[in-house]
Design a protein around this ligand. Sequence first.
Ligand SMILES: Nc1ncnc2c1ncn2[C@@H]1O[C@H](COP(=O)(O)OP(=O)(O)OP(=O)(O)O)[C@@H](O)[C@H]1O
Ligand SMILES: [Mg+2]
Length: 269
Amino acid sequence: MAHIIVCGNEKGGSGKSTVTMHVATALVRMGFSVGGMDLDLRQRTFGHYVENRQSYAKSQNVELPCPEIAELPEIDEGQLSPGENIYDVRLSTAVAGLEQRCDFVVIDCPGSHTRLSQVAHSLADTLITPMNDSFVDFDLLAKRDPINGNIEGPSVYSEMVWNARQLRSQAGLDPIDWIVLRNRLGAQNMHNKKKVGDALDELSTRIGFRVAPGFNERVIFRELFPRGLTLLDLKDVGVQQMNLSNVAARQELRELMKSLKLPGVTVNF
Ligand SMILES: Nc1ncnc2c1ncn2[C@@H]1O[C@H](COP(=O)(O)OP(=O)(O)OP(=O)(O)O)[C@@H](O)[C@H]1O
Ligand SMILES: [Mg+2]
């Protein structure tokens, strides 16, 4: 059965689709078969990324390994059992199909609280939550005392992950390995960076996640989207020499992939 990786955070624009594209591409490039699902049915960033990749490979006549994107199948409502939710059935049917033929299934969630996203979280063997390096994003993970900064308790998104964990444990499934990743880190605002880092470290032990090395703010993480590429593909499309920032980006992606500790994966790029 495939290992399921879900990228989620209710906070919009935190880097879910960017991380999904990079993790999925890293896995296909390492030779794994990867199924993908885009649960952001409106934006479809991850779906478009893979479509761009297929079109680019075809038009340039290059071989690029691609994730296999599955859509939610149409289900006849008449076939549902009493109390069964149609979205749950559509999602689990699609994931069950991919699970049969893939090593990994990578699922991108929308930046909002939807039924589909909720169910996807309960399917996650690994959950990756990217966040901007900001207390505005931290607010979805935990409430903090405004005066002394002490953590007062989990917030909406952590509670949703908690519920997903409960559901998995009731179903006898392995616990979710939850990884929080700081995204778009900058060279400035060192004071804020340290404060967010310290708060995350404290919270990680309280609510049970691991903090992974993050991505810095880098153009290379976004500029290749129209061609459906990541920095790992550059050699195949004729770029022989990477600049220093791109080399550093590859190092960041490598460190993320290592820290995910995915079964059977030895990071080799
Ligand atoms: N490390 C990075 N460096 C530079 N740009 C980045 C980085 N991460 C994300 N971005 C850019 O930030 C924006 C938001 O990223 P992305 O679309 O991945 O977030 P998201 O969480 O999927 O958003 P949504 O909640 O709308 O689905 C995009 O323009 C993306 O290209
Ligand atoms: Mg997105």
